[in-house]
Ligand binder design. Sequence first.
Ligand code: NAD
Ligand code: UFG
Length: 370
Amino acid sequence: MKTLLTGGAGYIGSHTAVAMLDAGHEVAVVDNYVNSSAEAIARVEKITGKKVALYEADVADKPRMMEILKAEMPDCIIHFAGLKAVGESVAMPVEYYRNNIDTTLTLLECMRELGLTNIVFSSSATVYGEDNVPPFTEDAPKGMCTNPYGWTKWMQEQMLTDAAKASAAECEKLKAAGKTAGKDEWKSPLSVVLLRYFNPVGAHESGLIGEDPQGIPNNLMPFISQVAVGRRDHLTVFGDDYDTPDGTCRRDYIHVMDLAEGHVKAAEYILGKRSEAEEESGKPLGGTEVFNLGTGSPYSVLEMVAAFGRACGHAVAYEVGARRAGDVQDSWADAEKARAVLGWQASRGIDEICRDAWNWQSHNPHGYKE
Ligand code: NAD
Ligand code: UFG
């Protein structure tokens, strides 16, 4: 299978590139390096011993994307490109809506013109909002998001779902009338897989690629890693007065390589591969399917701090501070659908997560910069 990964030089994209290449698929990457560098792809090539077709481009630049997609004609696009910092999205909503929505609309227009019909999208558990009770199943209602970043995911899910529905209706209509599709019509029904990630953490076991946040990390694991390696003094735990066993919030932390392997399964599924449990086989999806990618097991902030201390061999300094605005107390997946339909489940636990995160951080204390 030929895959094209938008945002493929980023954290999850680069790990997915490794998993795709390891599974014997071809990989092209489009990235504008707004939050990454080409070095990540050089390392993907080093890990796998395989080549990646690398394009520097803005996914919202339609003429350029038409050129790239025409050259590659991928069987499946995996759309990672996007801005993802929750706090920054509150301060810069216009930039977030422009970038995240525009990249998806541009891709859809290019795909329709070129007759490309398969797309896997990076969504987030954030679309479940605050009112659902974990474990979240895929059919739990999409809730109210607490920030513009979350709304962009919510909206992109909706846009892709609506486009898939309309494409199927259009193809039926054309078929009934005995007509062939024009430039602005779908040649076959669009197939969409929405992957709702829980909390991706950890790194490839080689220690060559990992998460490399710019500035002060927003997320727990990179912050802990930077404290452990001596780049920061201590972690602030955002609140220990929640209604949980140790008072801190609980999340579903998933090893990024498990997540990456979930993308391989999703892309294979979209092209017609089915797990044994499913009856139909060899039939492209044609429509929208949504899967949680999580482990189903929650860990608290303090449990993660303790696990990281075991992995790096010394305690990670922390202080308890105030709650962070917008945090939900509990979030974890019901991961059964991905297991039953994709034949995928996470296999790495928190000790492997912390071991691999520490391996990456201790060998690359300043990320890709050295
Ligand atoms: P990342 O920032 O490391 O990767 C995103 C990549 O997209 C970067 O390489 C960036 O340079 C690129 N990019 C952004 N806008 C672009 C544009 N207009 N054109 C071309 N490239 C562009 O982030 P990540 O953690 O790897 O996340 C990947 C995707 O998964 C994102 O869509 C993110 O919202 C989503 N997601 C991430 C998490 C998480 O916790 N990391 C959770 C849920 C969903
Ligand atoms: N936390 C701290 N201190 C820190 C950072 C985080 O105590 O310095 C706590 C948070 O309060 C939370 C937990 O660690 O309880 C996890 O926080 P993260 O910021 O790592 O992750 P979130 O669950 O808040 O958000 C992540 C992604 C979002 C995505 C969401 C989906 O950042 O993009 O998961 O569930 F939408």
